[in-house]
Ligand binder design. Structure first.
Ligand SMILES: [Zn+2]
Length: 257
């Protein structure tokens, strides 16, 4: 098989059972350290419920992420510009960010927008930053999606769990998502660096799960400290810089509807 990131030949490293029924192959690329499944013919079946049923962490994760992103926007981006959540699911994150006071919009080809109605992505828009959480590991053709995102912004902040250097066995890493079968692309730090170089972007990563690709130059130590402090409540000290859009949005939507 060809690697979907760098197009070099990759090699089959193991097989595993997904959705309790299909025995599938996993292919690893020595060149860019990207791990991919074989062509995901089961994918429609795995998306019957577009957000998988076992995702109990959905709200906690969105709240933590809204803290991290608001802090990073405060320090590194123009907070008065527009922002987009790509693959934004039900719109939880977009709503949380608007509640904090950031002009956020929603996009998702596969999910219904339940909580951020009226703030959908417009094809002609450019954004200061695009966020994309727990989406990259779902990409069937990651490069196509990344190219698409980069049409709208020079900066992507995203989460996906980093593939460990020593590739875990299928039974040893929950992130393979064997029960739901939706995770088909696994990125190492080397893969992310390959993507950054391909598009002339800088990569900043905590080497665990939070990654930023951007044209901006940022001090990686500051990035890491801010990610850590934002999980410990740093946003509470910055909140005065933001004005919540909860009521303004309510007024706006009443006028539109
Ligand atoms: Zn590769």
């Amino acid at each position: 098989m060809k690697c979907k990131i760098c197009n070099k030949n990759n090699t089959r490293i193991f097989t595993s059972k997904i959705l309790n029924k299909y025995e599938i192959d996993y292919f690893y690329c020595e060149n860019c350290s990207f791990l991919q499944t074989e062509n995901p013919y089961w994918i429609k079946e795995s998306y019957r419920e577009c957000i998988n049923n076992t995702d109990t962490g959905i709200l906690v994760r969105n709240i933590i992420l809204s803290n991290i992103v608001s802090v990073l926007i405060y320090f590194f981006f123009n907070k008065n510009k527009k922002f987009l959540d790509y693959g934004g699911g039900y719109g939880i994150f977009t709503r949380l960010m608007r509640d904090i006071g950031i002009n956020y919009y929603w996009q998702d080809k596969y999910s219904e927008n339940l909580l951020a109605k009226g703030f959908e992505h417009n094809e002609n828009e450019r954004y200061e930053l695009i966020t994309s959480f727990e989406v990259f590991e779902h990409f069937v053709n990651p490069i196509e999606d990344i190219k698409c995102i980069l049409q709208y912004s020079d900066s992507i902040l995203f989460t996906t769990n980093i593939l460990p250097l020593s590739i875990p066995k299928p039974s040893d890493w929950w992130y393979y998502g064997l029960d739901h079968g939706q995770h088909i692309s696994f990125f190492s730090v080397k893969t992310l660096q390959f993507i950054a170089d391909k598009y002339h972007l800088n990569l900043y990563t905590d080497k665990v799960s939070v990654h930023l690709l951007t044209k901006k130059k940022i001090d990686i130590n500051v990035f890491n400290i801010l990610v850590k402090l934002s999980k410990k409540g740093l946003l509470n000290f910055l909140k005065k810089a933001y004005k919540s859009k909860t009521w303004d949005d309510n007024e706006l939507l009443k006028k539109v509807n």
